[in-house]
Design a protein around this ligand. Sequence first.
Ligand code: UT7
Length: 327
Amino acid sequence: MIKSVFIGCGAYLPERSVSNDELAAKVDTSDDWIVARTGISNRHIAADGEMTSDLAFAAAVEALASAGMAAGELDLIVLATATPDETFPATATQVQARLGVAGIPAFDVQAVCSGFVYALAVADNFIKAGQARNVLVIGAETFSRILDWEDRTTCVLFGDGAGAVVLRAETSPSGTSPASDQRGIMSTHLHADGRHHDMLYVDGGPSSTGTAGFLRMRGREVFRHAVSNLTSVVAEALAANDLSPDAIDWLVPHQANKRIIDHTARKLKLPSEKVILTVAEHGNTSAASVPLALNEAVTDGRIKQGDVILMEAMGGGFTWGAVLARW
Ligand code: UT7
């Protein structure tokens, strides 16, 4: 029995942090509205010329250092993004080239805000199938490039950033199943429902308009679906492992809106001290939000080896999913 164990993490945020007041000087909004409706106060925005692969590379270097692993030991890179540097090649291949590890497979996963959860599931399955031992999983986005900066209903919500983890295969002695306190990914749960395209999408792309396009969202409806989908996928993850909510040490949710996160935590009866929140300073960084939150809580010592963490996310598609793991 092979398990995927987290052995390191890292993150990168662009230097420039933009406050709600700075946005209120450009569009008809206010700090009060944004904080009350979303919990967001600031977001980081990539510099001119700074690309998703730059953010991803910086997060990857930090994750490898924290894992004590040389890039040369990797045998797979999976990068989650909806904002690749270019339509092709995959941004993962640019990170691979900069890490100097030509030859190993590297590809992108596109599930928008659920991207990191999807990428973890892909990596976990490669490991469990015996096709990879050391995997770099990255979530990286430059959503600032696909925002309509005149649309106050979306431009205040998102930010740029990247987070990464390193997974390593660990095999139980033959004939034994892993002990319940063994570290690693316990289960992954993925879902999608393409009927909801029009609620959250980008109005451009190589085979439609030939332009990159801008993000469009019917926020109130997305909110409603997020609450219901996240509640059900979290219940599914717990049931699959025969765990009750009080077994969770940390909820590491996608950081779209503090009200959605509060709702999920309330459903689980989790006290707010067990919820990792970064939305106030990062905004919604899409596929980067879960690994950014994870890295913050590991780095500041809240998440410790052996803790049970529940990661969940929901995004355009719709896509949604959860990963239950022992750090
Ligand atoms: O990560 C992918 C998943 N995405 C999400 O999970 C996002 C889910 N949706 C949300 O987080 C929330 O729906 C929003 C934060 C986007 C909006 O909050 P809301 O409480 O659902 O507000 P609303 O869309 O119902 O809008 C309420 C009012 C409207 O005005 P009227 O029609 O009541 O006069 C909006 O025009 O707020 C207005 N409004 C704003 N006012 C000031 C919308 N955006 C702004 C703004 N500043 N930035």
